[in-house]
Ligand binder design. Structure first.
Ligand SMILES: Nc1ncnc2c1ncn2[C@@H]1O[C@H](COP(=O)(O)OP(=O)(O)OP(=O)(O)O)[C@@H](O)[C@H]1O
Ligand SMILES: [Mg+2]
Length: 257
């Protein structure tokens, strides 16, 4: 199943936020969206996920959803958005509650999501008993439970310390390895973008326009090797030089506001 951003523009009142943004996320592909603060990345993700109606253009899903998918587009939130009064298991089960699944099917999907995120032993735990990294794993397990075609992630690691970020990034690489699921990954962090993405959409300052779409020159599994580390850093540096000046301007704008 492909997700197409088709000439998307958006305004909040007089504020022009996105201008004619087009790109395609092909089945199983990971597309990162980077760009200066306030350029419209989160707005774009909300439009792609159907939470917000764009002022012009549209987001479109094309092709059949994967077998058993209850929700082809599923969000993973920066702040995890867990139910504090529910156990890990109940949080993961939550999106399955009002679906046609039988109790046994529901249990099987929850078990599978918990296993894939290493949470099986924590199923009876409450979110407040968990570290930030484990909480985000619950957020990811809950997203996996509905068997999405494409995960929509808005800075999913930015609330976490750097070591936890690294561990979760390795989790993402594992989860996305078989190409069964794609992702749109919004991040400020260029290292995350070059580690995870197949393609990187670089947006300009607000109103966000597509400045460039960078295709990563190696597969995700190759990126861990020492041989490719230098190459990865070179791509990251190229991206930074693309957005550096605009990031400086965006930063000033925020401070002046
Ligand atoms: N609901 C809203 N109403 C009015 N303005 C909004 C709304 N949501 C976002 N904005 C404005 O739209 C612009 C783009 O916001 P958005 O959150 O999409 O940017 P972003 O690229 O995700 O920023 P950041 O990098 O800081 O997360 C900002 O100027 C923001 O203040
Ligand atoms: Mg944002």
């Amino acid at each position: 199943m492909d997700l197409i951003a088709d000439h998307i523009s958006h305004c909040f009142g007089a504020l022009e936020v996105l201008d004619d943004v087009s790109f395609t996320v092909r089945a199983g592909e990971v597309v990162a969206i980077v760009g200066p603060s306030g350029c419209g990345k989160s707005t774009l993700l909300s439009i792609l996920g159907g939470l917000l109606q764009s002022s012009a253009g549209q987001a479109e899903l094309r092709g059949a959803p994967p077998a058993g998918s209850l929700n082809p587009l599923t969000f993973v939130f920066q702040d995890f958005a867990l139910l504090p009064w529910s156990t890990v298991e109940a949080n993961v089960e939550f999106p399955l509650l009002h679906t046609p699944l039988s109790a046994a099917e529901c249990r099987a999907q929850v078990d599978d999501a918990l296993r894939r995120t290493g949470l099986t032993d924590f199923r009876a735990t409450y979110p407040k008993q968990l570290s930030g990294g484990m909480r985000q794993r619950v957020g990811i397990a809950r997203a996996l439970a509905v068997r999405p075609a494409i995960l929509l992630m808005d800075e999913p690691l930015s609330a976490l310390d750097s070591q936890t970020r690294e561990l979760l990034m390795e989790d993402f690489i594992r989860l996305l390895a078989d190409g069964a699921m794609g992702a749109v990954y919004v991040t400020h962090n260029l290292e995350e973008a070059v580690r995870l993405a197949d393609r990187i959409v670089v947006l300009s300052r607000r109103p966000g326009r597509v400045r460039e779409v960078v295709t990563m020159p190696m597969t995700r599994s190759e990126r861990g090797s020492a041989e490719w580390r230098g190459k990865l850093l070179a791509v990251q540096n190229d991206l930074w030089s693309l957005i550096r000046n605009e990031a400086i301007d965006a930063e000033r704008e925020v401070q002046d506001a």
